[in-house]
Design a binder for this molecule. Structure first.
Ligand code: SF4
Length: 475
């Protein structure tokens, strides 16, 4: 057994190559439970009925808008994107996407007709694709329509994902002016060799200039995204990228594992060579967590770090942190409504997903209907297990008595008998600590939090051992 030394803020973690081999298996990221492959056919009527139920409850609202366009394909990308190249990247003309934007504007009105205006809007998020593929004028028009229709509460998170290669200070200014207060920038890695291999050339100076512009405009939070495990990545180069990121002092950093799923994402097929794997990939990851934590960032778990002043650090301590399709949030209890092709919602007891077909999306919005094609209505058992998995991912601790009270269970351990039978193995491996009342994830366990969560996934449990693998590896 060979040890892999990891030092986090003075603590040396008991990591070995054997543990890495054992836990680096395929598993979900749990942006939903049950995960999307379990969802089945659904319809606009299902979505409308779910909206009506949430109106009756008056729950707070989160709105997501999917803007799928990009100038170029980054080979690693796992998002639902449409590449529409333009010779002049920062050009003023994006008329090709006007028909899609018209559909999105229509869907804003459709959603508004199904949502009680008295409900509080706590979260608005634009993702993609590249939301700032839109010209500043197009972005301004869309932001105005959306935020005048769904007026965010004073403390709402209003955020946008941007690609520094196409985003101008003017984009940031018009969005800030409309009420956006958070910006999230894709970086991935600053190493020029890696950037070449993944088809994403984005020098450090370009990102730095945009971070400075966002700060100068008064954005309350700047988030930067990195990916480890990309082709050509080496520990030394990645460490340099991490140091560069730290020098920009983002409030939050997401350091995702590259999810190699070429059977789902065809562009990834060109990346099969030069992929760091096993101990090499893990060493890159470890260098990231060691450096971010040494620089004062709190390791939230599930690839996220935040500066101590950030509200998600406090929310994790208070056990109020929540996770949805957009990542960690302090606004638990919102119903999430997705606008745009492929957009996902989580409305009352349903997950719903819009069509990925642009023509079908257009036809639905023209008829004044949602374009829902997939979904899942959660059962009582789904709610229970989703709650346990969410608490693990967000708080790293399960209060068994609190779960028993909340769901009127006779015994947590009896309800989760198969997980209870496997937990001692996780204790022996240093992943969790058990008391009669709690399951507590250790610092090492935070790295393997997806594996701990998988213990409580009934759908995984029901799968035959030889069922086709559909998820990426946990590290
Ligand atoms: S990583 Fe971002 S910019 Fe690159 S293809 Fe994916 S969505 Fe587009």
């Amino acid at each position: 057994m060979s040890a892999i030394p990891i030092r986090l803020r003075g603590e040396t973690l008991p990591m070995t190559t054997e543990l890495l081999e054992k836990y680096n298996v395929q598993g979900p990221r749990y942006t939903s439970y049950p995960t999307a492959p379990e969802w089945t056919d659904s319809s606009p009527t299902d979505c409308e009925a779910a909206c009506a139920r949430t109106n009756a409850k008056g729950s707070p609202v989160s709105v997501y808008v999917h803007l799928p366009f990009c100038d170029e394909q980054c080979w690693f990308c796992g998002c639902f994107v449409k590449v529409v190249p333009k010779p002049d990247r920062r050009g003023d003309s994006r008329e090709e996407i006007e028909p899609y934007l018209a559909d999105v504007h229509r869907e804003i009105d459709i959603l508004a007709s199904h949502i009680d205006r008295a409900r509080e809007i706590k979260q608005v998020h634009w993702g993609g694709g590249t939301p700032t593929y839109l010209t500043p004028k197009q972005a301004d028009r869309l932001a105005q329509h959306l935020l005048e229709t769904f007026r965010p509460a004073v403390d709402a998170e209003v955020s946008v994902e941007v690609d520094p290669r196409v985003t101008t200070p003017e984009h940031l200014a018009v969005l800030k002016n409309r009420g956006f207060n958070r910006v999230s920038m894709g970086v991935q890695d600053f190493d020029p060799e890696v950037q070449e291999l993944v088809n994403r050339i984005q020098p450090f100076g370009m990102t730095k200039a945009l971070v400075e512009a966002a700060r100068a405009l008064g954005y309350a939070s700047v988030n930067l995204d990195m990916i480890y495990g990309l082709p050509g990545q080496k520990r030394a180069g990645f460490e340099k990228s991490v140091e560069d990121i730290i020098s920009l002092q983002p409030d939050r950093v997401a350091m995702y594992s590259y999810a190699h799923v070429p059977w789902l994402k065809r562009p990834q097929r060109v990346l099969a060579a030069h992929l760091p794997e096993g101990t090499e990939k893990f060493a890159i990851f470890v260098s990231g967590i060691e450096r971010f934590t040494a620089a004062g960032y709190t390791y939230i778990g599930m690839d996220h770090f935040a500066l101590p002043h950030d509200e998600i650090v406090k929310a994790q301590k208070d056990r109020t942190l929540y996770r949805n399709f957009q990542g960690y949030t302090t606004h638990a209890g919102c119903d999430l409504y997705g606008i745009g092709v492929s957009a996902i919602g989580s409305i009352d007891d349903m997950y719903v997903q819009n069509t990925k077909d642009y023509a079908a999306y257009h036809q639905a919005t023209e008829k004044g209907r949602f374009s829902t094609v997939k979904g899942h209505r959660l059962t009582g058992a789904d709610f229970l297990r989703r709650d346990v998995i969410t608490r693990l991912l967000c708080h790293c601790v399960i209060d068994k008595r609190a779960i028993e009270r909340a769901y009127s269970l006779r015994s947590f351990d009896e309800t989760f008998a198969s997980a209870a039978a496997r937990l001692p193995e996780f204790v022996a491996d240093g992943m969790v600590e058990l008391t009669p009342d709690e399951i507590r994830v250790t610092t090492l366990g935070r790295i393997f939090i997806r594996n701990v969560a998988m213990l409580f996934d009934a759908y995984l449990e029901q799968k035959a051992p030889d069922a086709p693998k559909i998820f990426s590896r946990t590290l």
